[in-house]
Ligand binder design. Structure first.
Ligand SMILES: Nc1ncnc2c1ncn2[C@@H]1O[C@H](COP(=O)(O)OP(=O)(O)OP(=O)(O)O)[C@@H](O)[C@H]1O
Length: 765
């Protein structure tokens, strides 16, 4: 329905028509050859009555060269031809005392002759006024300069398929209706861009100082993933001249997640950047295939209580990700360096070309900026060059030495026979010495370098973590029991020839310090999502090998299901790892409704985490419903009838979440037996199929969202421990609109333990 009631509707309609036509002309011109240009221009203008104000544009159009654009720009113009902009601001610039009317879109379009913008990119400095500025006195910054003025209007447009369907003016009092509308929409199983409805607190994260790292603690559904990607887009726009996209990297928790965010990136103009997981990245850095235990194996074992020494195992995981372990490795590295320092002077034949002391100084201090083995390589090159330059001198010295001898012999008064013998011997010796020196020149460096031990990464790591004597030397703060358990644990892993994800921080760090990483992998800017599951050492190792602290780190401690190995306190991250970082929190949750968020918050209270309370954006739904299950058949039939009902009410995507993968396996089997609904039993490396009911385990659902979620407990219920509470919280915060809990009784979801059970509705089946 079109909002033609708006007094400026006609004017805005004309502006839209003009912009669309203008874009079309620019696109055509950019694509056509010089001869075709005028012809194209003529035909595209036929029948179009462009307004007088656009005459200046017309004069520009006669200069085809001005319209030539890069392929990339044309591609983007084409993409947004049907929705050139989404907002408009009227800004009276104090400096000029002139009112500027700026249309804001996902692409920019300028009149190069008059320098007047036709569309302003949402990432441009002045567009900040739309996101940040209230009406009235405002200012924005561009390239260090502050610009002030008066913002008299903020207007939003809804343009669908090139048609203007709605106009909304925002003032101080109106709620952000566009945000409400956008949140009420269905999820498509994919993340979308939110440029037209970015909120102030989110804008502050997106546009926070790009030269500094940023750490964001954001509630479930607060837009962390979304805004981290928007910040990347903003970064690319702002620093287009300094960075190429392949210097940027997103670290996602798994492949499924990469697929989940894949569609939004091109929308935001973010293309050709590295998108990978921490595990894959480390494997690339160390350049060797290793047998790695599944990253979730331990979590699943904890969940299934399959771990014999849970406390010590928990401790090992936390320890391997701690800065304490990093410090131990740093001491170990100092000792490794000592083993690499040459003890003997470097000789070629009898010539001492370099003292060991000088070489040790080079390795220890001069080349300190390089990884150890690169220092050794450099030393090798230094010696080779030195030998090359000294070769002539050495040969001269030998030649002179024997020539002098010969000369003396020739003029000596000795017996001729003895003299002849002496001369001939001296000549042989000279010959031999010259041959020797030529040979040594070729081999001396290699022979010398052999005194320096050469081991690979795994040797060094194994040596440290399985050798109790060595390990205890660096770990005076650990108890004997801890050292014993740790080294035995690592030795067992070694005999299985495998590693855990927790070992990767140390391996990456050692790789960086000992050998360095490939230049192609040394990205300059990193976005880490779900960062609560990273360990302190993991973050430190990344920063160390990349030699940059330009990180955008977003996460939610309340969803830290790997907290046994992950971060429990952001202050350690910003105090000890990223001291330049700014720290921000996002407390509003946009994904889900007040009723669902309040219920999820009630579950989270059981943990007494010291986190800011999550405020849902005002959007209502039914309360989450608890449904008591009876037989397996009846449960599946009831779930299916609820899903059918929701589909008929316009719900598009539904997930059935089970606590563990085993539970999901069972659910999938039962669905196959008792239902005809198409299902997808989601695995980590799969793409989500939009048209099927997704069955997914709670830990894998982290980061995803669906219109409706049914959490179902058959054999495995949520218990009152940290991991289970967090898994339940994660599962409950996935839906946009509806949440149902199916279980034998309320205790399956800890509803018997919460303070306010009235937050949940009930349906007796
Ligand atoms: N300003 C906004 N306008 C419209 N939609 C928004 C806005 N902010 C967030 N959303 C929507 O809220 C949902 C949650 O966003 P996102 O997945 O980025 O949050 P998150 O903090 O990463 O969540 P979680 O930690 O629970 O995975 C998405 O559907 C996103 O499009």
């Amino acid at each position: 329905m079109q909002n033609i009631q708006h007094p400026d509707y006609q004017e805005e309609l004309e502006r839209l028509e003009f912009t669309k036509k203008y874009m079309e002309i620019v696109i055509k011109a950019s694509e056509s050859t010089e001869e075709n240009f005028r012809e194209n221009l003529k035909s595209s203008l036929e029948g179009i009555d462009l307004k007088d104000s656009s005459l200046s544009y017309m004069s520009m159009l006669t200069n085809s060269n001005l319209l030539r654009r890069t392929e990339e720009e044309v591609k983007r113009l084409k993409k947004f031809e049907n929705k050139p902009y989404f907002a408009k601001i009227n800004f009276l610039r104090e400096e000029t005392n002139q009112e500027e009317i700026l249309y804001i879109g996902k692409v920019s379009l300028f009149d190069k002759e008059t320098q007047m913008p036709i569309i302003v990119d949402w990432r441009s400095p002045v567009a900040n006024l739309y996101y940040d500025g209230r009406l009235g006195e405002v200012s924005y910054e561009a390239e260090g300069e502050k610009y002030e003025g008066f913002l008299s209007q903020k207007r939003q447009f809804i343009i669908e398929n090139g048609e203007l369907t709605d106009i909304r003016d925002i003032d101080l009092t109106t709620n952000d209706e566009l945000l409400q509308m956008s949140l009420a929409n269905s999820s498509s199983n994919r993340l979308t861009e939110i440029v037209s409805t970015i909120q102030e607190e989110q804008n502050n994260v997106i546009r926070a100082d790009l030269n500094k790292p940023i750490i964001v603690q954001g509630a479930a559904g607060s837009g962390k993933t979304t805004i981290a990607l928007h910040r990347l887009s903003y970064f690319i726009y702002t620093y287009a001249e300094h960075f190429t996209p392949n210097q940027l990297m997103i670290l996602a928790p798994n492949r499924l997640f990469i697929d989940y965010i894949s569609e939004v990136l091109p929308e935001l103009g973010v293309e050709n950047i590295h998108q990978t997981t921490f595990v894959d990245y480390v494997l690339k850095c160390i350049g060797k295939k290793i047998k790695l235990k599944h990253p979730d194996e331990k979590l699943l074992k904890f969940m299934n209580r399959e771990i014999q020494e849970p406390e010590l195992t928990r401790w090992i995981s936390a320890f391997k990700g701690s800065l304490q372990f990093r410090d131990i490795i740093n001491q170990y590295l100092q000792d490794i360096l000592k083993t690499l320092l040459p003890k003997e002077d470097f000789y070629v034949s009898k010539f001492r070309l370099y003292s060991a002391k000088k070489l040790r100084k080079l390795i220890t201090y001069e080349y300190e900026y390089l990884p150890y083995y690169q220092r050794i390589e450099k030393i090798k090159r230094v010696l080779q060059n030195h030998v090359r330059t000294e070769k002539k001198t050495m040969i001269e010295k030998i030649t002179n030495f024997y020539d002098e001898k010969l000369e003396r012999a020739l003029y000596s008064k000795a017996d001729p026979e003895n003299r002849r013998k002496y001369v001939s011997m001296a000549l042989d010796k000279k010959d031999y010495a010259l041959k020797e020196i030529n040979k040594e020149v070729r081999t001396a460096v290699n022979t010398y370098m052999k005194q320096i031990p050469k081991h690979d990464l795994f040797h060094y790591y194994k040596e440290l973590v399985t050798n109790k004597e060595l390990f205890s030397k660096y770990a005076p703060d650990l108890t004997e029991q801890q050292i014993e358990f740790f080294c035995n644990y690592q030795f067992l892993l070694y005999t299985e020839k495998s590693f855990e994800i927790e070992d990767l921080s140390a391996l990456l760090y050692l790789q960086g310090k000992l050998f360095g990483i490939d230049k192609m992998l040394r990205v300059k800017n990193v976005v880490i999502d779900e960062a609560q599951d990273y360990s302190y050492f993991q973050l430190f190792a990344l920063k160390s090998v990349l030699e940059t602290d330009m990180f955008t780190i977003v996460g939610d401690l309340a969803q830290g299901i790997h907290s046994y190995r992950g971060i429990n306190d952001w202050s350690i991250v910003y105090k000890e790892i990223f001291p330049r970082a700014s720290y921000k929190t996002l407390q509003k949750s946009y994904r889900t409704t007040i009723e669902i968020m309040n219920a999820a918050n009630e579950i989270l209270k059981l943990l007494q985490l010291n986190l800011p309370t999550v405020e849902p954006v005002v959007r209502h739904s039914q309360k989450p419903t608890f449904i008591e299950t009876t037989t397996e058949k009846a449960t599946i039939e009831k779930i299916c009838s609820e899903i059918e009902r929701m589909y008929s009410e316009g719900i598009k995507t539904v997930a059935v979440i089970g606590k563990t993968n085993n539970e999901c396996k069972k659910l999938a089997k039962l669905f196959g037996k008792y239902s005809t609904l198409p299902i997808q039993f989601l695995q980590e490396n799969e793409e989500i199929n939009k048209d099927e009911v997704v069955i997914v385990s709670s830990h894998l659902s982290k980061g995803l969202e669906f219109d409706a979620v049914i959490v179902c407990t058959l054999d495995e219920t949520f218990e009152a421990n940290e991991i289970d509470i967090k898994l339940l919280y994660v599962s409950m915060t996935r839906p946009l609109h509806r949440l149902m809990l199916f279980g034998k009784d309320k205790s399956c979801f800890l509803l018997d333990q919460i303070e306010d059970a009235s937050l949940f509705g009930e349906l007796v089946s």
